[in-house]
Design a protein around this ligand. Structure first.
Ligand code: ZN
Length: 129
């Protein structure tokens, strides 16, 4: 409990302004001081959330997409194995199809913003396209 120095009203321990006269109560003396978080805005560093994989996954999708390399980069083991096996087991005949998928996916990755990329492929775990 803190007492207002102006009007003497009782206020909550953490109150910064008097509830009666609205006067500033001054700093809390000797008690709990709430941490100031001035520098912590709402900005999120998407690179650290997985957007740093966007460029390499996109390029690998375009160049090596037929082997599912970009899937492995994103941690999609199952989808990567599927693309790899389809390419290999068809003796390369379907590798062209897988490569086209890889190119489309690679371009899709690169055209997304960092935030979209993280939300779709890191948080959303969207396996295809
Ligand atoms: Zn007061």
């Amino acid at each position: 409990m803190r007492y207002c120095t102006k009007c003497g009203a009782q206020n909550d321990d953490l109150a910064q302004f008097c509830s009666t006269c609205q006067g500033a109560l001054g700093p809390v003396s000797g008690g709990y001081q709430p941490m100031q978080s001035v520098n912590q805005g709402p900005m999120i560093d998407w690179k650290t959330q997985g957007a740093d994989k966007k460029l390499v996954a996109g390029i690998c999708g375009i160049l090596l997409g037929g082997f599912g390399v970009h899937k492995f980069i994103l941690g999609y083991q199952t989808e990567g194995v599927i693309m790899l096996l389809v390419s290999l087991l068809s003796c390369g005949m379907l590798a062209i199809v897988m490569q086209v998928i890889g190119i489309v996916e690679g371009i899709t990755y690169l055209t997304k913003s960092d935030e979209e990329f993280v939300r779709t492929y890191v948080e959303g775990r969207k396996g295809w396209f």
